[in-house]
Design a binder for this molecule. Structure first.
Ligand SMILES: CC(=O)N[C@H](C=O)[C@@H](O)[C@H](O)[C@H](O)CO
Ligand SMILES: CC(=O)C(=O)O
Length: 303
């Protein structure tokens, strides 16, 4: 693996822009990337959950990544999510990410036929990580979506022996005891990228220094504020800001969660991400009006 910098700061989990027919719409990514640079993002996490990776074809995922690398123009890092139920496709995506110039790769566990042991998970990931050996590899732990609850700290310790580029985990789970364990492992050998935006403060308290999140796309100042407040030891202020994030997460949950609700918010702030791909249903005109109203009420949008 090349020398690489550990990640610090905010990484936005990018939405995948689509047109009304549900085709991917790469033309929006330039403008989207400008916003990410302006919001001082350390990076973007492309084609993860928020980017609807599991609803995309392999070729679409490649085109989207290529566009992000181009549009980022070196202003922030681009992390490619390459996870798939098909190990063959994940290997192909990992190799493509390395060839295209991504800064890192990540993969979630397969979620149809699930690995039952840590060894199964390591065996699944090893050729994927090895095929982009020059890039850091992060295990994307997200039991709520994958149904895979294998112990992450054990995976990191054991996996490192066969995946020298295993850099850490993107931890989207609320088992903070386990997260703490991952951070403490071998005196902080592994990076832990905090996943749940609504509890960022807790991950930071455990010592995480970077997060990957969908709401960072449209609420960057709140999360920059939380990072800064925690760094300065001002937990009272950090808690106040975290409640702002919770206000918005409660709203997106009302509209179907981080992907459906979040994409609708992107559309409202002028980054035309379009609808989600089925089976996530389109947001109706009435729902947009209601959402706008809810956002006005918390002062997120102004008239
Ligand atoms: C499952 C999922 O999408 N998790 C995202 C990233 O880890 C989060 O950013 C959430 O969207 C966010 O915390 C809202 O629940
Ligand atoms: C949030 C996140 O990491 C994802 O969308 O994959």
């Amino acid at each position: 693996m090349k020398n690489y910098q550990r990640l610090k700061g905010l990484i936005a989990a990018s939405f995948t822009p689509m047109d009304a027919q549900g085709k991917i719409n790469l033309s929006v990514i330039d403008k989207y990337a400008d916003l990410m640079a302006k919001s001082d993002m350390t990076g973007v996490f492309v084609c993860g959950t928020t980017g609807e990776s599991q609803s995309l074809t392999t070729i679409e995922r490649k085109r989207i990544l290529e566009q992000w690398i181009k549009s980022s123009n070196g202003r922030f890092k681009v992390i490619a999510h390459v996870g798939s139920n098909s190990q063959v496709e994940a290997i192909e995506l990992a190799r493509h990410a390395a060839e295209t110039g991504a800064d890192a790769i990540a993969a979630m566990a397969p979620c149809f036929f699930k690995p039952e042991t840590v060894k199964d998970l390591i065996d699944f990931f090893t050729p994927i990580a090895n095929s982009a050996e020059e890039l850091p590899f992060y295990y994307y732990n997200m039991p709520s979506m994958t149904g895979v609850f294998l112990p992450v700290a054990t995976f990191l310790a054991e996996g490192k022996k066969v995946m020298p580029n295993l850099a850490g985990t993107k931890f989207t789970h609320n088992n903070l005891m386990e997260m703490g364990e991952c951070l403490a492992l071998n005196d902080g050998e592994f990076e832990v990228l905090h996943g749940y935006d609504e509890i960022l403060i807790s991950g930071l308290a455990f010592g995480a220094v970077a997060g990957v999140g969908s709401t960072y796309n449209y609420l960057p100042e709140v999360y920059h504020g939380i990072l800064k407040a925690v760094e300065e030891g001002d937990f009272q202020h950090a808690r106040k800001l975290q409640m702002k994030s919770i206000e918005i997460v409660k709203i997106i949950i009302k509209y179907g969660g981080g992907v459906r609700g979040g994409k609708a918010i992107m559309n409202l702030i002028g980054i035309d991400c379009g609808p989600c791909r089925l089976p996530i249903p389109a947001v109706s005109k009435e729902e947009y009006d209601m959402l706008k109203n809810d956002l006005l009420k918390i002062g997120f949008l102004s008239k």
